[in-house]
Write a protein that binds this ligand. Sequence first.
Ligand code: 1GP
Length: 261
Amino acid sequence: MKPGRVERYILERIQSNGCVHMTLLDPENLSAQEMARYAKICEGQGTDAIMVGGSIFQSQTVLDEAVKMVKENVSIPVILFPNNINAISRYADAIWFMSLLNSTDWYYIVGAQMQGSFLVKKYGLEAIPMGYIVFGSDTTVSAVGRALPLPVDKGEVAIGYALAAQYLGMRFVYLEAGSGAKNHIPPETIRAVRDAVDIKIVVGGGISSPEDSQAVARAGADIVVTGTVVERSKNAELLSKIIRAAREGAALRAWPKRAEP
Ligand code: 1GP
């Protein structure tokens, strides 16, 4: 399966800016109108794509409404970030087709994917293959996804999962600290994964300041995801600084640019 339109857009942005920023909006926390308004503001501040999803979201009807409204208000891609099979909307541009690699439950590794694949095909959604690694044990995503608690500061464990993602043919790997996590994934862990894999690295969870954003991008995140900071602070200027800081972090990397495959 070759990269589709949205994936090519992401890769081009990573190539030109060093790092991409994505905003995660959760239909569980925001109405469709709020999602559309926030998405528009985030686009205005320079975010590269809107991700829609959350850990406990349950209604496909509400999701459809939210995605439709967001789509009407922005021109950047809207990418589904599903927690389950009812988090698939025909109105999105693409879906992170992800497996929670360190789940202890078959369902989150491949069961939901097997069931959801029919809708992805029926809707003609662009599927972007991604390995999802959840760190820590005290977040909603960790509890819902039955994640085997991974230590955030043990790079070698993360490397194993990230390499597995790469060898399984996934083109992205997401290092997830969990939405609203007290701390983001440490730069040392990101750097360790960066040094080990060739696929693109997504980092999210607990990134709440320009300093955080710069640190994770500098350590090697190709995509920096923030959600809670916008929902909580409602501060467009802060978001703008976080987005700028991600690009600055990428520019400050001390190692040579990787050759594109
Ligand atoms: C959650 O990584 C994302 O899946 C975003 O986390 O809400 O902490 O920014 P935050």
